[in-house]
Design a protein around this ligand. Structure first.
Ligand code: SAM
Length: 306
């Protein structure tokens, strides 16, 4: 495709010129490819390589260290599910913390919950925030909500300093455990999340793919079962541009008031919840909320046995 600049970064594949192929040691032997119309931004922050390109059929695409983070066409699935699975499972969430999520999409979704009074965000890389505001205005719109307090820093340190029992919900919208997000998948971080939650508070984390990462998921589930004494669940959904076309979430609650993630207590449906500026829900509804917890046999066996 035209417009691909000469100095293509490593991940702009030489396999099929003009195509981006997402190769990674996290999914050996496979690579999802998108046709590149034009590279819009290329940068290197203190933490990662950042690329934005215009794709032929998925709108603009954000790539960090060669891994697709979001595309305009299917980001709704991920942002809506990672946000509404936890927030619709408790009544009247007031204080929400987002770790990562520098594109602003989760903030856009949290803003739909009128009970929320305070949305803290800790994102490590300011370049992601700036690039999202410039190239993904319908995603970065989340930063405009007056309830948002943005801190640029490491989520591990942020949670270490967070006061006990502060948050009704924590959403860990992290990249993969290769790079700056590595510690966000480890036990000490989960312990600090549990401490920062109020009794019965909930956490939802980006939890990789059932098809590709059952080993990582096994470790996450056993760590979560040790730490979160409320309920521990794995949910998943379809996101075409994530490796294997699916992404999962760990949904856990702190000891205290019972949380049944499979039965949303404050379901929001596509029609009731659209905040004009943020546009209507395009993916989430409360049938797909409950369905997200139905797992294939091979995964159920592993996850239920931990
Ligand atoms: N939807 C994507 C996925 O599933 O991989 C994640 C999107 S969001 C862009 C991931 C964000 O996590 C990035 O902006 C990255 O900079 C941020 N991040 C990585 N490690 C972090 C850390 N230790 N503390 C805070 N933010 C971090």
């Amino acid at each position: 495709g035209g417009g691909v600049t000469k100095e293509e970064p490593a991940c702009i594949s030489s396999i099929i010129p003009g195509w981006f192929s997402e190769t990674s040691p996290m999914w050996p032997g496979e690579a999802h490819s998108l046709k590149v119309e034009k590279i819009l931004f290329q940068g290197k922050s203190d933490y990662q390589d950042v690329i934005v390109f215009q794709s032929a059929t998925y709108g603009k695409v954000l790539v960090l260290d060669g891994v697709i983070q979001l595309t305009e066409r299917d980001e709704c699935a991920y942002q809506e599910m990672i946000t509404h699975l936890p927030l619709c499972s408790i009544s009247n969430p007031k204080k929400v913390l987002v770790i990562g999520g520098g594109d602003g999409g989760v903030l856009r979704e949290v803003a739909r919950h009128s009970s929320v009074e305070q949305i803290d965000m800790c994102e490590i890389d300011k370049m992601v925030v700036d690039v999202s505001k410039q190239y993904f205005p319908n995603v970065a719109i989340g930063f405009e909500d007056p309830r948002v307090n943005l801190v640029i820093g490491d989520g591990v340190a942020f949670l270490k300093n967070a006061a006990e029992g502060t948050y009704d919900a924590v959403i860990v919208d992290s990249s993969d455990p290769i790079g700056p997000a590595k510690e966000l998948f480890e036990k000490p971080f989960f312990e600090s999340v549990n401490r920062a939650l109020r009794p019965g508070g909930v956490v939802c984390t980006q939890a990789e793919s059932l098809w590709l990462h059952m080993d990582i998921i096994e470790d996450i589930v056993s760590n979560c079962r040790e730490i979160f004494k409320g309920s521990v669940n794995y949910a998943w959904t379809s996101v075409p541009t994530y490796p294997s076309g699916v992404i999962g979430f760990m949904l856990c609650s702190k000891e205290g008031p019972e949380v049944d993630f499979k039965k949303p207590v404050s379901p929001i449906d596509a029609d009731e919840s659209s905040i004009k500026s943020n546009g209507p829900l395009r993916f989430y509804n409360f049938e797909i909320h409950s369905a997200a917890f139905c797992l294939p046999a091979f995964a159920k066996k592993v996850i239920d046995s931990k």
